[in-house]
Design a protein around this ligand. Structure first.
Ligand SMILES: Cc1cc2nc3c(=O)[nH]c(=O)nc-3n(C[C@H](O)[C@H](O)[C@H](O)COP(=O)(O)O)c2cc1C
Length: 186
């Protein structure tokens, strides 16, 4: 059993629900899971014990929300010894076809910089929920001009599969240990 911390930053709850789902999936497979919101830049104290981290954030304007970005930047030298997965929640699936293809392959420099610091086992982008009341007037106008669709664009099958991939990797790591698990956790 690994001790897993799922840390997330969410503005309108869809990232929170994705974090809950991933955490619940890991819990069902026997891992000790703690799920925690990052709301302020000072949130999410680093723990010295050997946790596995799953770290996620909604994307706003090409960047992680400030509390999640701050968590990474406040702990830059600590990720090397930690097994970490990252996920970002945006609105790629809300875009019309050609734009969606572009967005799927676009590098977002501020997020890429965080991935460079964390060096996770994997970084996955999911689509979340986008509603008219999430935007101010300018944002809503741009959204309409781009031909985007409001709605819940979460692909729960893909989210579950990603969580199951984490479980598999944890199982493989631990089966390599002499006693089936490292002392002090992963
Ligand atoms: C002000 C604002 C800016 C956004 N900027 C981006 C963006 O740059 N890239 C993207 O993929 N999604 C963007 N989105 C979409 C959100 O990331 C998406 O709705 C996500 O599901 C929000 O997660 P949350 O419900 O946890 O806050 C933006 C949404 C808002 C409201």
């Amino acid at each position: 059993m690994a001790a897993v911390r799922v840390l997330y930053a969410s503005a309108h709850h869809s990232t929170q629900e994705i974090a809950d789902r991933i955490g619940e999936r890991l819990r069902l497979r026997g891992h000790a899971v703690e799920i925690q919101a990052l709301r302020e830049p000072s949130d999410g104290q680093w723990r010295s014990a050997g946790d596995v981290l799953v770290l996620g954030s909604a994307i706003h304007d090409g960047a992680w929300l400030p509390a999640a970005e701050a968590f990474v930047r406040n702990n830059t030298d600590r990720f090397g010894s930690r097994t970490t997965w990252m996920f970002s929640v945006g609105m790629t699936a809300a875009l019309p076809g050609p734009l969606r293809l572009l967005a799927e392959h676009a590098v977002q420099p501020r997020i890429a910089a965080l991935v460079d610091i964390v060096r996770p086992r994997d970084h996955r982008r999911f689509s979340g929920v986008i509603r008219r009341d999430h935007f101010d007037r300018k944002g809503a106008l741009l959204f309409r001009l781009l031909g985007c669709r409001y709605g819940d664009h979460r692909d729960w099958t893909a989210i579950d599969a990603w969580a199951d991939g984490i479980v598999q990797e944890l199982d493989v790591s631990r089966s390599g240990e002499p006693d089936g698990g490292p002392e002090g956790g992963l």
